[in-house]
Design a protein around this ligand. Structure first.
Ligand SMILES: [Zn+2]
Length: 339
């Protein structure tokens, strides 16, 4: 069993390895597959298979505490589990150090990108890919695959809660999923325009899951999170987990709750002297006028191409060749192919 049904404590007490074991809960079977990886198989599963990952960045504690609470309630039988569930606490070593990562940003290592890096996160990325592969391999043909990868952001945001929607090519966007996001208190959806090496893109591209990177506000240390700020998503997750049902929102309601942005350009650090021209504390989704110089180096210059284009994830403190931020452009729900 998991002492006190506290999977987070078990994980942080065993950050590197944990021998696999089985447990029983409320008529279902649980499997701790390795540290921070717990699969729950309900007695009677519906056709929903849900991966909830948290702590891919070790210091993003709010969602870790949120999911640990939900898990405790399931294990104690306070509400029913009706979906297959895989819970992942991504980077326990970094969590214990209260750091985003140890050697390399784990959320850049998926879809096999770990092959090109070295460090503590490399074998972990491989393990997480394998756990997700095993989990979805155990799902029934035609069943629903979901992966919500929960994060908090380094900086403030014009939209407190937002998701990054992985690139899905010409496929339509899923209204039911957008409805779940709107009901979860998400304010904005950022639509990726190309493949990447994040965990959510991996599950979307490799396993056909509806997958999102969900940013739920700012980073705080363990114990300092105001979980009431996550109340809306907590409720939609409980409904999903216990009733296997999604919020029913009309298209107009979704349109009024969610702002949409498309990634326009990636800012890539191309030289040691690469600089963003904005202050350290500029918020995500801050917009600029056409022609504003957003970044420059001795090799290049980036000028804003259209008024309203906005910056997200600015961070010039990355190795050369890596992303120093994204420029995003507002768009409308009406412009998206939906189903
Ligand atoms: Zn994160």
């Amino acid at each position: 069993m998991i002492p006190n049904n506290d999977f987070l404590a078990l994980t942080l007490n065993n950050p590197e390895t944990l021998a696999p074991f089985q447990l029983e809960f409320n008529g279902g079977q649980g499997f701790v597959e390795e540290t921070g990886i717990l699969r729950l198989e309900p007695q009677q599963a519906t056709d929903i298979n849900l991966v909830l990952s948290v702590g891919i960045h070790g210091n993003e504690t709010g969602p870790i505490e949120l999911v640990n609470q939900l898990l405790k309630a399931i294990l104690e039988g306070r509400f029913a589990l009706t979906v297959r569930l895989l819970v992942i606490i991504g980077n326990p070593i970094a969590a214990n150090r209260a750091e985003r990562f140890c050697d390399v940003n784990l959320n850049r290592l998926f879809s096999g990108a770990w092959r090109h890096y070295e460090g503590l996160e490399v074998p972990r990325a491989q393990s997480l890919e394998q756990a997700v592969t095993r989990f979805f391999a155990g799902s029934a043909t035609g069943s629903v695959r979901l992966h919500y990868d929960l994060h908090t952001a380094i900086r403030g945001s014009e939209y407190e809660k937002f998701v990054v929607h992985p690139f899905i090519g010409d496929a339509p966007y899923d209204l039911q999923q957008l409805g779940l996001l709107a009901a979860s208190g998400i304010d904005a959806v950022l639509l990726s325009q190309q493949p990447t090496t994040t965990f959510s893109y991996y599950s979307s591209a490799e396993h056909g899951a509806h997958a999102f990177t969900v940013e739920l506000g700012k980073v705080y240390p363990f114990g300092e999170n105001d979980l009431s700020r996550f109340e809306a998503i907590r409720q939609t997750l409980i409904t999903l987990i216990s009733d296997a049902s999604f919020p029913k929102l009309e298209r107009d309601a979704i349109d009024s709750k969610l702002k949409f942005f498309a990634v326009q350009d990636a800012l890539v650090k191309d030289h040691e002297d690469y600089q963003l021209t904005i202050s350290e504390d500029v918020k995500n989704f801050t917009g600029f006028e056409k022609g504003y110089e957003l970044a420059h180096s001795s090799q290049s210059q980036y000028l804003i191409k259209a008024s309203g284009d906005a910056i997200i994830f600015p961070n010039a403190n990355v190795p050369i060749g890596q992303r120093a931020g994204l420029v995003v452009r507002p768009m409308r729900l009406a412009d998206l192919a939906l189903r």
